[in-house]
Design a protein around this ligand. Structure first.
Ligand SMILES: NC(=O)c1ccc[n+]([C@@H]2O[C@H](COP(=O)([O-])OP(=O)(O)OC[C@H]3O[C@@H](n4cnc5c(N)ncnc54)[C@H](OP(=O)(O)O)[C@@H]3O)[C@@H](O)[C@H]2O)c1
Length: 319
């Protein structure tokens, strides 16, 4: 009896020690990545990867903010989106505000393989140091079961081409020159939904799970050849996708977000982008665990929650 108690005590002590170690590691990593300005890589480090940055979905929200912030840190910018007027306007703004060179490529990423020829031609002869795979879309304006969205087949094809195909094809387009120079950074904008299946956002969340998995694997393949691949998984940022919803302190604006997220480059390959988003993502995982979201009550609860939020803010959308 005495020896059984001793074994149990030993097991308890080992478990407690492991938990303590795990918590200390988590807190240590969070402090290192988000809260220590002195460990951040500077603009010269970023510029040393190549003179140009390419940003998809660069005319609004997070992509626009990344484009401006990268230009502010000294890179020339290639902006890619589907609206030429917006592209030219944003390019002029970058040249005026940051004094960098720009190039624009008009492309609709819901298209298939054929659109990438124009991109390859547009990027020819540029030394690309940073690629930001930012473009992404929801398939409906609200959280809904799959069959509740209009023209399901077209929406699914659009989401897959825009959120998945663009990341894979853009990476494959830019990676060879990064590998041959043994320098380069690929930033893939994912979402907090990339970690587990998400009812009512099924295809969107699955597309982001692809982004996360692809980034991690390709990052491992090319790390030894000087290429850094970072996955950025924000929770909720003020942008068109979220109908510019404003909840002070909870929802960051895209400019602050891009600035803080770029500060984590070279420190971590997976990030929520900043401390604020990391805390909210961790809280959400705790309050809405996978087993509950995927139970039969999960979708009903999520629907109630989003309907409540939509009543409070009529045009509210959730990424
Ligand atoms: N905002 C959030 O809270 C949040 C949270 C998690 C993850 N994310 C992810 O962050 C990324 C950016 O989102 P955001 O909130 O900044 O979105 P946004 O404000 O809607 O901006 C999307 C950008 O992509 C362009 N775009 C959209 N569809 C396109 C297409 N088919 N072809 C070419 N360009 C297209 C848009 O330009 P035009 O419309 O002018 O073409 C715009 O520049 C997405 O991948 C999203 O999934 C956002």
């Amino acid at each position: 009896m005495e020896s059984e108690w001793d074994t149990l005590r030993l097991l308890g002590a080992v478990t407690a020690a492991c938990l303590l170690l795990w918590a200390t590691w988590g807190v240590g990593c969070t402090v290192y990545v988000y809260l220590l300005p002195q460990v951040r890589r500077g603009a010269p480090w970023l510029r040393a990867h190549g003179a140009w940055a390419v940003v998809t979905g660069a005319t609004s929200g997070i992509g626009k903010a990344y484009a401006h912030e990268l230009a502010r840190r000294g890179l020339n910018i290639v902006l890619i989106s589907r609206n030429l007027n917006k592209l030219e306007h944003e390019a002029k703004e970058i040249e005026r505000l940051h004094g960098r060179l720009t190039r624009v490529i008009q492309v609709d990423f819901t298209g298939g393989l054929e659109i990438y020829e124009a991109i390859k031609t547009g990027l020819k002869d540029l030394e690309i140091g940073v690629l930001v795979n930012n473009v992404g879309m929801l398939y409906e304006n609200a959280m809904v079961p799959l069959l509740d969205c209009e023209d399901v087949a077209k929406r699914l094809s659009d989401v897959i081409n825009c959120n998945i195909m663009s990341v894979a094809q853009m990476t494959a387009t830019v990676l060879p020159q990064m590998v041959s120079r043994r320098k380069g950074i690929v930033i893939n904008i994912s979402s907090f939904t990339d970690k587990k299946p998400c009812p009512l956002l099924s295809a969107y969340a699955a597309s982001k799970a692809f982004v996360r998995s692809f980034s991690q694997a390709v990052g491992t393949e090319y790390y030894s050849q000087g290429v850094i691949v970072q996955t950025v998984s924000p929770f909720m940022i003020e942008s068109n996708m979220t109908n510019n919803v404003k909840y002070p302190t909870l929802v960051l604006n895209s400019v602050d977000f891009a600035r803080q997220a770029l500060d984590t480059l070279g420190l971590t390959s997976q990030t929520s982008g900043c401390f604020n988003q990391a805390v909210q993502t961790a809280l959400l995982a705790f309050l809405l665990p996978s087993w509950f979201c995927l139970s039969r009550w999960g979708p009903k609860f999520l629907l109630l929650l989003t309907n409540g939020m939509m009543k409070a803010k009529p045009s509210h959308r959730r990424p």
